[in-house]
Ligand binder design. Sequence first.
Ligand code: ADP
Ligand code: MG
Length: 339
Amino acid sequence: MNRIELLPPEVVTKIAAGEVIERPASVVKELLENSVDAGASRIDVAIEGGGTELIQVVDDGTGIAAEDLPLAFATHATSKLRTVEDLFAIRTLGFRGEALASIGGVAQVLLQSRAAGVEIGAEIQCWGGQLSEVRPWNGAVGTRVEVRHLFYNVPVRKKFLKSVATEVGHICEAVIRLALACPHLHLTLRHNGKLIYDLPATVGIPERIGLFFGADVRDALYEVDSTAGPIRLWGYIADPRVDRGHARMQYLFLNGRWFRDRMITHALQEAYRGLLLSGRYPVAFLFLIVPPQQVDVNVHPTKAEVRFQDSSLIYSLIRSTIQRRLRQANLVPDWQWPD
Ligand code: ADP
Ligand code: MG
């Protein structure tokens, strides 16, 4: 047997990156979340070559102080979490301090930022985990990140990427999720110079639903809003007659962050029981507000899954709220579906 040894930092980063950065869309998601956490009101995303050649995200958020730039790329370095208690009361999208370190380990990153209130910004590069010196940068308040040659040093990961169209599709999905969670944001997405989305700031989620999924879906939405103790469920469900084929058009958000949950998918399916053709799924955009102490968001590297303290309460809140709403719309007869 070999002796046990600590792994060199560049290996640790690559292992962590393997979990957090699966494909170009993961980079887009992480950078978007950082911009939202920085209080941005506008974010412009530009990608080239499906994101493998270039991912550029520009925001008008609070920016990063020049002396903090190298730390942004350090693993477990974050401005969003200080104590163990904070971990159980997360209010930001990020908190693990892993994204930039991971991206910087598997790509060539240029980070440019100017903090509010300072005259001149600063920039730093991180190539395969190696940091450059910090140089002055003459740009507007906010942050600009350029990620080039993603996975240039991880050939296996690069090999498993799908076609440009598929990767762009995943990136669009990341933008859609964030756009639904943050309607107040002005968001744009370009691919190879061509504008894919230009989403002006809005107050209404239905407006964005219409832009992404068509006016027929938007015009067939029912609003739901209900509470169970401190837990609130609100959002929109579509009339079961809206037929999206076999696509599962369901978006779930917990405290402003997109997530997936099979239990909730099941609750939805149950609420629509008898109303859908077989092989069809309910169309729903649901927002759950749960006190941070009652949910663990730290169970998955990309936070795509969560663990509720009382999942049966969530299940019945969703099922009964939606059933009631469908009944109000005269879609469900007044008797209960047998279980
Ligand atoms: P996390 O988001 O979990 O804190 P990241 O690696 O994504 O970790 O980012 C590290 C730190 O860099 C953040 O905590 C934040 O202070 C800073 N940062 C990253 N992106 C931005 C941005 N767009 N605007 C302002 N600060 C940023
Ligand atoms: Mg982050």
